[in-house]
Design a protein around this ligand. Sequence first.
Ligand SMILES: NC(=O)c1ccc[n+]([C@@H]2O[C@H](COP(=O)([O-])OP(=O)(O)OC[C@H]3O[C@@H](n4cnc5c(N)ncnc54)[C@H](OP(=O)(O)O)[C@@H]3O)[C@@H](O)[C@H]2O)c1
Length: 193
Amino acid sequence: MLSSRDISKVKKWAEEFNNKGYKAYGGTFSMAAKFGEITINCTTGAHSIEALTTAGADNLKGKILIDLANPLDFSKGMPPSLTVANTNSLGEEIQKMLPNTKVVKTLNTINAKLMVNPEILSGEHDLFICGNDKASKDWVKEELLTKSFGWTNIIDLGDITYSRAMEMYLILWVRLYNIMESPLFNIHIVKKT
Ligand SMILES: NC(=O)c1ccc[n+]([C@@H]2O[C@H](COP(=O)([O-])OP(=O)(O)OC[C@H]3O[C@@H](n4cnc5c(N)ncnc54)[C@H](OP(=O)(O)O)[C@@H]3O)[C@@H](O)[C@H]2O)c1
């Protein structure tokens, strides 16, 4: 289920997929939060708290919420800054507002096409993950990132406070995007053996 403030938009999206034989639904933020066993926050980071408030803490209770949003602030033009940084992050703010939800931060450091198809890039490249609940992180790593999407290099940074580093990387990402003239790139951490 894909959700939006404009239900007609996502209903049309669902219809297109259903016509191709898939089983898709369009709904409001609260309908999707209620419907999903696993939920994903892919809203504009500057408005994620607003969107998740509408989704409803009760609807997300006990569930994994994969947070891939970036708190980018474009209000002063390019390059963007972050609405929250240094000693706090969007991932932490979401975990604080949803204490009964298991927030797992991942996939925010790469383009959407790469998220689901890391093989677009030849050679090794890395994905980061963080969150407070180990079992939820393990599920996301194994079932979604490895088995479904094909990621092989996943670096678990630790608890949800490491969202700070993952989100602040976006400042570098935006600069690299301009230099590369493509969003299809990633980084690889190399350690002396
Ligand atoms: N696109 C990528 O390749 C990529 C990669 C990594 C991370 N991300 C992150 O993923 C998130 C979504 O990116 P996107 O490219 O998919 O952006 P997008 O197409 O602009 O999607 C924005 C989403 O945020 C919602 N939204 C916007 N303003 C809102 C508001 N005031 N209140 C409630 N909801 C609001 C929109 O809902 P409506 O449908 O109601 O407008 C829509 O669901 C961002 O945080 C981005 O940093 C994206």
